[in-house]
Design a protein around this ligand. Structure first.
Ligand SMILES: [Zn+2]
Length: 429
């Protein structure tokens, strides 16, 4: 049932009225340098923001052992964050509507060389329609939007007539363990809204992601006797060449995946980080390469991992140097399967109506080639998880930003969605 037109107009006006405060809140978030492992003060900020709004607060550490027992967890290594997950819980006076998870991640990827940014990455600058800063797009604007969509209802003396879990997670950029931890703690709802910057579209299908580190070892000798040494960096290049062949083979299977077959190259191998050697005039004895490869939905993670290991092992056997000192593969981050959001859910219909009221056009669905936490709710909670957020730019690059008019519109759509999905009730005096 569509929202009452008067309530709809009131919500639109309420989001507009508090939008300046929402921008300021988002800027405050961007000032926290919440790269992997450094999200503690950011999570304190989120905890206080939700607590001051009257939510029942929970804050907990990610449980390494419980995560390890779950097939969807990432590989926990020394770089894994120990920052807590924060959840604010709203309980209605009377549970009449449908429950909801509103989720966002506060971790950001490293900013890279600061001199390649036009402005300092953690000093959010507003320039015309854009707010610029690391995490402004991905996805602090979305985290703020979740809170301010609920604030808009509150400013009208209303609250959701169903339980709402406001989840602020970490580890989204590396393992997805923050989102998985909310699942393991037992939070369940009838739908989830994840406000990643999806350019005002709904994500229909999402690729899976695997991280691994390739380590090649060699024999160090002086360069003048290079023929007798084995150059680990050269050898790593040869293995990367073989991984590119694997990438090609996996892309050739795209025809089996309805939402990926029309994408030119859905499976991407990223050579993300490389380190090796000790000295310009010594043949390098080691090389470590951090890789990220994607897998099509329906591909089992363990099967894909086995294929990576087997492929490198087979290549190694045919290489004079590598066969003597075989390289190792260590899985060290995402071990996440992809998902398809089943079309035709009530949640999708409600979001579609909310979107149309704001944008005056149909909600488009798209395929995503980046990891998304929504997979936890789709795969393990078996609920519709709607990945829907604003227009962004420079995500994982330089001069990242969020488009502010777009942010206001998707926040409005989120508030309308919450009002219709959960229903509303008057806040008790
Ligand atoms: Zn993100």
């Amino acid at each position: 049932m569509a929202l009452d037109p008067k309530l709809r107009d009131d919500i639109i006006a309420a989001v507009d009225k508090s939008f300046d405060a929402q921008i300021k809140f988002t800027q405050d978030m961007v000032r926290h340098v919440s790269t992997r492992g450094n999200e503690h003060t950011m999570q304190d900020f989120m905890f206080r923001a939700m607590q001051s709004r009257g939510y029942t607060m929970e804050r907990f550490e990610m449980d390494r052992e419980a995560l390890a027992r779950h097939p969807g967890s990432g590989a926990w290594d020394d770089l894994h964050s120990h920052a807590p997950v924060v959840v604010g819980i709203h309980r209605p006076r009377e549970e009449k509507g449908r429950s909801l998870i509103l989720q966002g991640h506060v971790d950001v990827v490293p900013e890279g060389p600061v001199n390649m940014w036009a402005t300092p990455p953690y000093e959010p600058v507003i320039d015309g329609d854009w707010m610029q800063g690391r995490g402004a797009g991905d996805m602090k604007a979305g985290c703020a939007s979740n809170i301010f969509a609920l604030d808009a209802l509150k400013s009208l003396g209303l609250q959701p007539a169903a339980t709402v879990y406001l989840q602020s997670v970490v580890e989204e950029e590396s393992t997805g363990d923050g989102a998985l931890m909310t699942h393991l703690r037992g939070y369940r709802a009838q739908a989830a809204l994840v406000s990643e910057p999806s350019a005002e579209t709904l994500t229909r299908a999402n690729i899976g992601v695997i991280w691994f580190q390739l380590e090649v070892r060699g024999v160090p000798v002086h360069v003048q006797r290079m023929g007798t040494g084995a150059n680990a960096i050269d050898a790593a290049y040869r293995v990367i060449g073989e991984l590119r062949e694997l990438e090609k083979d996996w892309n050739q299977k795209k025809g089996d995946s309805e939402y990926f077959r029309n994408i030119e190259k859905p499976v991407n191998l990223n050579i993300g980080k490389i380190a090796g050697g000790d000295w310009a005039s010594s043949v390098p004895s080691w090389c470590k390469v951090d890789c990220r490869i994607s897998i099509l939905p329906g591909t089992n993670v363990e099967v894909a991992k086995r294929e990576i290991v087997d492929r490198v092992a087979a290549f190694t056997r045919g290489d004079a140097f590598l066969s003597n000192i075989p390289p190792t593969i260590t899985f060290n981050g995402f071990q996440a399967e992809g998902f398809v959001l089943k079309p035709g859910s009530d949640a999708e219909a409600v979001l579609g109506r909310a979107h149309e009221s704001v944008f005056g056009k149909r909600l488009e669905t798209v395929t995503s080639l980046a990891y998304l936490d929504s997979r936890v709710y789709v795969l393990f909670d078996d609920i519709p998880a709607l990945n829907y957020g604003a227009i962004s730019r420079g995500v994982h690059g330089f001069d990242e930003g969020v488009n502010l008019p777009s942010l206001k519109k998707v926040t409005t759509a989120a508030a309308l969605f919450i009002a219709e999905w959960c229903g509303v009730e008057k806040i008790a005096d």
